[in-house]
Design a protein around this ligand. Sequence first.
Ligand code: URA
Length: 208
Amino acid sequence: MKTAKILKHPLIEHKLGIIRNKETKTKEFRETVSEIAGLLTYEITRELKLKEKEIETPVSKCISYELKDEVVIVPILRAGLGMVEGIQNLIPSAKVGHIGLYRDEETLEAKEYYAKFPVGMKDSTVLLIDPMLATGNSTVKAIDILKNKGAKNIIFVGLVGSPEGVERLQGAHPDVQIYLAALDEKLNEHGYIVPGLGDAGDRLFGTK
Ligand code: URA
């Protein structure tokens, strides 16, 4: 099993304070989520493999590098959408798939209502993104879907996680590396992360 990595950085801590604050309005919330996603991406992509490419500078030939594998960003709808742009800014060649899930009110299970991916998932590095890793149910389901599509190298990227969500995800998919900006105290009886930041989707899109 891979240990969850909590990426501590002064800028990330500062920006987490902004999105946790209930006084922060939609525009600043959205921009800051995107910025944190970019900062996380910088750290996470340290492990990506490179391939050599010969190019010519204005002076001479030289060996340069480019990413070896395709990167596919997969937001879980809808809150995951808030992290896409921040990641794409750093990896403009990345393709974007989407997963939409709803909760079956009888069984409480996460069910798929939408899934669309680029070709070549098998050989791509897949960044599955969702700001909140709460119960872990939707993340586990999303990874089931990705694995069914052949994805082998899946990395989960979230902003705030709960111990319950991390444990559930590690139990179901021990091969998936988890990256978070913060691991909070617990889930409350309504399934919200404490202290968390409230409903990430509502705060990103100005809904209630
Ligand atoms: N989803 C959210 O948006 N916030 C939580 O605290 C838990 C799940």
